[in-house]
Design a protein around this ligand. Structure first.
Ligand code: GLN
Ligand code: ZN
Length: 804
């Protein structure tokens, strides 16, 4: 095939960039501001510095289109909702705060300016299948989006323009400016409302978008990127139709609109997306198993006057882009879109300057928000050199790929495939059925009715963090650090004994993070020292990077747990993180086959740890799976297989436990209503689960329900291969969180009593445990003692009613 190389160059852009800064400047600036240590002017100056670097990075990398508007100070969905005047009634009066301060009040439930009372914060939810959380806008029945205030986004526009202008003076010319907005349909889909049909808001919302677009156009913005990530989901026809309705109402120029989809392919929404009345669409091919075919399919559907932006640089992978593969796809796409021989070429409009309109753009698949900032500050091991790319490096990759598309440049980096050894044998399951196991465990543990326990972590105090910092800097020897941690464990155990808890924990003082801790000990992971990624607001995490087969060279927790057990006669719970969560909260390849292998390798490592803990005399072991639901693929067709693999790997990790060893698990951060039979299939003896915030609605789902037939669940319970049905309700023991650990006030005894009473309606008392709804790591000791004291006292009162 002879490739026609089009004359014009292919524009390059990214879908979005990060906000935390290379040294987490944004985090520190905002946290100081909230504490009142820095005033607004100083804080905003610090933020502007990060913003300026972000724009300059894009210019320096050579991108043609500079992207802005996504520099949210907490979260983009939140700041957009605030700019639309969304304000739940419980925040009455907050409109007197400017949008900068108001967004923090909504997100944190605390007004740092001190004018308004503490309030329940907006709910946070995972952003699709990433580990980033967005804030869920709460729309009231009569919401008319009248109190708009676009100051924040306009400021980004003028700041970006000023930076671009300076660069033009230095000779770096011809940059276009693009503003990112969450598109109207995704915005409504991601919001929550008591109104039955959220699409009822669309007609009221569109004029707000139209106004905003108009004003952006007046400010000289060339492009608006409307993010519509819900196009990756299986949408019903109402939501599908809403797209046409929405974009028909937004046609105007300038600015031109590009509708962006990412994280998966368009699937059934391909036709709709391609035919929206906009200038072009963006697709993310980095998660497609057949990217070339996918691109061809989209081009077939795309009218000839529209442009296609192809995301070839993975916004969620820390590995360098496979340039050879990208070039093959892009050359082909360029040929199809721009070649004079191509069918559609002849109808192509000419632009004002007479040049052919370029129909191909090259971009990152998604925003680069989900990546660590910069690799250059890392000490990369020899065998990984040249193979990795963080956000800043990805900017250059996008520019390179745009040149690959025209043939101006040839590929010189090929795939870095992680070569894995698939497991030799299938996943194992433990011996015995729950009722027999639980009877044995009860006989051995001798616990009271309604046993009280906690989720694992106790406050990570300033002293703990200081000791760890000193140890990392070499100011504290290994043995001094161990002594410091042991002292923390000792205090934690003493406190729990004093409080009268029944099953104790060691408190997790030695763990920075429940995934990072294990990754440090496992072979097959690499940890970037400064590999921070925003999780929500100013909270950042450092996801470990999977670099090869995962295995456990030595025990990871046994010494700490054994030490803790040696301090008490009460049962000490061994704390582990489960395979689904470790994989989900790491950087790992996105294809399901590779993930299945890795999950099972991690499960095997956890299985060995369970075995060692058991041999050391630990009778209760908790395998946390807070991220159990998060890895669920976006497309329903892939759900059944995910659930089977997730359940199997959890069961494998617990399979070395003897029937007498009690296995707990813990889940939070998600709604689990739609996957209870999969949770049931994990067959943990006890599950502690976050219920306090959902107002106990979850418990309802755990009860025996004659109307539920396990087979007719949309997530394919039986397809995943479980025997029996879920009709009988949840069969194992449950500890519904009896209070929300995030609420600043200690719940009083009455509140706890209500939860216990309510829980008994659904769960037989013999299978009920009493615990907080999540780990206590982020709380302070004073608060924790008070809350746990109430919890234990209340439990004692309730017990009396039963043990007459
Ligand atoms: N055991 C962990 C803790 O208590 C569980 C954390 C979590 O639920 N995410 O911190
Ligand atoms: Zn939790």
């Amino acid at each position: 095939m002879t490739t026609t190389i089009p004359r014009s160059r292919v524009p390059s852009h990214i879908l979005g960039y990060l906000r935390i800064g290379d040294k987490r400047q944004t985090k520190f600036a905002l946290e100081h501001y909230w504490k009142g240590k820095k005033d607004k002017e100083v804080t905003q100056a610090a933020l502007l510095e990060v913003f300026t670097t972000n724009i300059q990075d894009q210019i320096d990398a050579g991108l043609d289109i500079i992207t802005t508007g996504d520099f949210a100070h907490y979260d983009l969905v939140l700041s957009q909702a605030v700019s639309f005047g969304v304000q739940p009634p419980r925040f009455a009066g907050a409109e007197t705060l400017d949008t900068f301060d108001r967004q923090f009040y909504f997100a944190r439930g605390r007004d740092h300016t001190g004018q308004y009372e503490d309030n329940a914060a907006w709910q946070m939810t995972k952003w699709f299948d990433t580990n980033y959380h967005y804030l869920v806008p709460e729309l009231e029945a009569g919401e008319d989006f009248s109190n708009t205030d676009f100051t924040q986004v306009f400021k980004q526009v003028s700041d970006a323009q000023a930076i671009i202008e300076k660069n033009v003076q230095k000779g770096k010319t011809d940059k276009k400016l693009k503003v990112v907005l969450v598109g109207p349909v995704s915005f409504l889909y991601l919001a929550t409302s008591k109104v039955e049909d959220k699409l009822d808001y669309l007609d009221r919302l569109l004029p707000v978008y139209a106004d905003l677009l108009n004003q952006l156009g007046e400010r000289g913005v060339d492009w608006v990127q409307m993010d519509e990530p819900i196009l990756s989901l299986d949408l019903d026809s109402c939501w599908q139709q809403a797209f046409e309705r929405a974009y028909n109402g937004l046609q105007q120029t300038p600015p031109q609109i590009i509708v962006a989809n990412y994280f998966d392919s368009l699937g059934n929404n391909c036709n709709i997306a391609c035919n929206l009345p906009v200038s072009g669409i963006h697709i993310d091919i980095t998660r497609s198993s057949q990217p070339k075919q996918y691109v061809a399919q989209v081009i077939d559907h795309l009218p000839s006057h529209k442009l296609l932006s192809i995301g070839v640089v993975d916004g969620r992978s820390v590995w360098a882009t496979d340039q050879a593969k990208a070039q093959e796809i892009l050359l082909d796409a360029n040929e199809r879109l721009n070649s004079p021989h191509s069918q559609t070429y002849h109808n192509q409009p000419k632009s004002a300057d007479g040049k052919d309109n370029q129909r191909l753009w090259v971009g990152s698949g998604s925003s680069l928000l989900h990546l660590p900032v910069d690799l250059t500050s890392e000490e990369v091991p020899e065998n990984l050199k040249g193979k990795l790319a963080f956000a800043k490096q990805k900017l250059s990759e996008v520019v390179i790929c745009a040149k690959l598309a025209t043939g101006e440049r040839q590929a010189d980096v090929t795939a870095t495939n992680i070569r894995l050894t698939p497991a030799q044998s299938d996943a194992q399951v433990r011996d015995g059925v729950f009722s027999d196991r639980y009877a044995k465990q009860e006989a051995k543990l001798n616990l009271p009715l309604l046993p009280t326990t906690t989720i694992g972590s106790f406050p990570q105090t300033a002293e703990i963090r200081k000791a760890r910092r000193q140890w990392n800097n070499g100011e504290l020897s290994d043995s001094d650090y161990q002594d410091a941690m042991k002292a923390e464990i000792r205090q934690c155990v003493t406190d729990q004994e004093e409080l009268g808890l029944d099953v104790l924990v060691h408190g997790e003082a030695e763990r920075t993070d429940m995934v990072e801790y294990f990754a440090q000990y496992l072979d097959g992971f690499w940890l970037a020292k400064n590999g921070w990624v925003q999780s929500y607001g100013t909270r950042c995490v450092r996801p470990p990077i999977v670099v090869g087969d995962i295995s456990r060279p030595k025990a990871m927790t046994v010494d700490w747990i054994s030490y803790a057990q040696s301090l008490t006669n009460k049962p000490m719970k061994g704390m582990l993180t489960g395979p689904v969560t470790i994989l989900n909260w790491s950087f790992a390849p996105s294809d399901s086959a590779t993930r299945d292998i890795l999950r099972l390798q991690i499960a095997e490592a956890i299985n060995q740890e369970v075995s060692d803990l058991q041999d050391a005399g630990i009778g209760i072991i908790q395998i946390d799976e807070p991220a159990f639901r998060e890895g669920l693929p976006l497309k329903e067709a892939e759900h059944a297989s995910y659930w089977k693999q997730a359940v199997d790997s959890f069961k494998h990790s617990a399979s070395s436990a003897q029937p007498e060893t009690q296995i707990h698990t813990h889940m939070c951060y998600s709604s689990f209503h739609d996957c209870l039979h999969h949770i049931s299939a994990m067959d943990a003896d006890v599950i502690t689960i976050e219920t306090a915030r959902s107002g106990l609605q979850l418990l309802d789902a755990f009860k025996v329900d004659d109307n539920v037939n396990g087979a007719d669940d949309s997530n394919g319970g039986n397809q995943a291969g479980y025997k029996g049905s879920y009709k009988g309700g949840y069969q194992n023991a449950i500890g519904p969180g009896v209070y929300d650990i995030h609420s600043p006030r200690a719940p009083d005894s009455d509140a706890i009593q209500i939860v216990i009473d309510e829980a008994q309606k659904y769960i037989p008392i013999e299978r009920l445990w009493i615990n907080p709804d999540c780990g206590l790591k982020t709380r302070n000791w004073e608060e924790v003692r008070q809350q746990l004291r109430n919890m234990v006292e209340m439990t004692k009162i309730v017990r009396k009613k039963y043990v007459a």
